[in-house]
Unconditional design. Structure first.
Length: 268
């Protein structure tokens, strides 16, 4: 990979221990370097650091807004207050319109937007994210959401694991664990066009080099889900692992492929 990641410690007021989201970063990212003055870094380097106690990922020399997770305000806050509730496609996809609030395993956590929507609607969500950098951004967002009275209830239903879900899901299934629903949203090239997403996508692509092994998520997900596996795909993308779902929910920007195994009890 051709990027350098620097950890900017100048914004860490009370030391790393305070920020549990960073605990594993230094061990897991061999390319990272710690800096206290980012001005000398070459343009385009990625910098992870705190700005006003918010963990941010940004590019050196880039004036655009950094990437960070905000569940309290911003778009997530707006959607929480004014979003379409259980009528949203994602809610229907996981079965919330059947009068159940499933325990969901989100095997591709990312920045936690989908998981937060589901947790806002009452689901308990276990998220797995393999990138330690994305996981740190997400854990920081969850931690801050737990400090706000508006979101503490929602964020306390979200638990993050920083692992590769292909292995983690296999281990969970071997241990006899089950989730009502497993939700997957692996990266797919050129999926959305808004300027914000494009910038985020560029950083994601530099950091993560896509999800070329996405097809390998489906089988362990199927082994772990009691009721269904939901796969979020761009509208025209091929089926994950080439496997046709039981049915699809088609939206404007994306579709949800539902691999259903068992009806929720209120269906029966
Ligand atoms: C498109 S993003 C998910 C966005 C997320 N649904 C959201 O709402 O923010 C895909 C994420 O899945 C993660 N991912 C892909 N394959 C994974 C795997 N095998 N284990 C864990 N995380 C994985 C990537 O690192 C990336 O952060």
């Amino acid at each position: 990979m051709s990027f350098s990641l620097y950890i900017d410690c100048s914004g860490l007021v009370e030391g790393l221990e305070k920020h549990r989201c960073l605990t594993n970063l230094h061990e897991t990212i061999s390319r990272s370097e710690t800096v206290t003055d980012t001005r000398s870094l070459s343009k385009g380097s990625l910098i992870l650091g705190f700005v006003d106690d918010v963990l941010c990922l940004r590019r050196a020399g880039d004036k655009e807004k950094p990437v960070f997770v905000d569940f309290v305000g911003g778009k997530a806050g707006h959607r929480r207050k004014f979003g379409g509730g259980k009528g949203q496609d994602i809610a229907k996809a996981v079965g919330l319109n059947k009068g159940v609030t499933p325990h969901v395993l989100d095997g591709t956590g990312g920045l936690g937007r989908d998981a937060f929507v589901l947790a806002s609607l009452g689901c308990t969500v276990t998220l797995i994210e393999r990138s330690p950098v994305i996981a740190a951004l997400l854990q920081d967002g969850i931690d801050r959401a737990r400090l706000s009275p508006e979101t503490v209830g929602i964020a306390s239903r979200m638990e993050l694991i920083n692992e590769d879900s292909r292995l983690a899901m296999q281990t969970m299934a071997t241990d006899g664990q089950q989730f009502d629903v497993v939700y997957l949203d692996p990266m797919f090239p050129h999926r959305e066009k808004s300027a914000l997403v494009k910038k985020e996508m560029r950083i994601f692509q530099d950091l993560l080099s896509g999800d070329p092994d996405a097809d390998e998520l489906l089988a362990p997900a199927e082994a772990l889900a009691e009721y269904r596996v939901v796969v979020k795909r761009p509208r025209l993308a091929p089926d994950l692992a080439g496997k046709e779902p039981t049915y699809r929910l088609e939206g404007k920007a994306c579709r949800y492929d539902i691999h259903a195994f068992k009806a929720f009890s209120s269906d029966q």
